[in-house]
Design a binder for this molecule. Sequence first.
Ligand SMILES: O=C(O)CCC(=O)C(=O)O
Ligand SMILES: [Fe+2]
Length: 324
Amino acid sequence: MSIPVIDLADALAPGGARSAAVAAQVRAAGTASGFFYVRNHGVPAALAEAQYALARRFFELPLADKQAIDLHRSPSMRGYEAIGAQTLGAGARPDLKESFYCGLEYAPDHPYVRRGYHSYGSNQWPAALPEMAAQCAAYTAALLALAQRLMQLMALSLDLPEGYFDHTHGNPMVTLRLLRYPPHPRDADERTFGAGAHTDWGAITILAQDALGGLEVCMPGGAWVAAPPMEGSFVVNLGDMIPRWTNGRYHSNPHRVRNLHSHGAPRYSIPFFYSPDYEARVEPVPTCVLPGAAPRYEACTVGEHLRDMYRKTYGLGNAGAAMA
Ligand SMILES: O=C(O)CCC(=O)C(=O)O
Ligand SMILES: [Fe+2]
């Protein structure tokens, strides 16, 4: 079993001629590993290339410039995270990657910011890269449109009207992350990863990866397979919200990264994490629950789901308090 490639040509607009065919492919991927590639996805190649170029410029800044916008200075989890700051896999060593987080700008008087919803707020930008805010905003807008179209195709794939999830599209929780992985150390043990095995927590992740490779996906039988780069494509994977929405029919599978094949070069990747409106309800859709059967998941909101995920990872300490 491998990771399928889905061509989105003629399926990008509602009612598109190939929408039903694409929905069938989404259903096959969702019930298998929850991973698929997309091509002809509508995001201009020049926009993605500019985003890589920006990521390189950002990570090449002096450490002090990056530390000046440390994530921990931001109430909305935006900014720089140093190498080794995150440990993803159970029993793994801290991840060998550094990153930068940004997202949609929500003004201080936005109700969700006032309510202290996790990651709603404003960005931190490095003073040395004045072009960064506009480039990230343009890339985010393009990826947000793609993510919301994928939610429509997912609705179709579940035998629902394609607009079924549209009411959850307002005030989305969106995180764009720039990642740089140093070369994997030659003497690294089996507990060392660029990113340890994990599932994503949100709804849909759209990943741009450079030409070096290193991403591996856990298939339904438990085998790890490479998800090699494919020019002009993104890797899409379903996050933990989707099993909840589909009553376990679609999967959010573990994946991990090791920068093993780059001949000493750093690997860059740019995941875009999409979650719907923080207040939207997530409950098993009617087409995924047998008549008379109890759903496997309780209804919750997007915010409650994400809070559960943080608690699972960090315990009930600070993260729980910050989300309250
Ligand atoms: O860098 C990659 O290829 C994957 C990153 C990833 O899985 C994540 O950030 O959640
Ligand atoms: Fe991930």
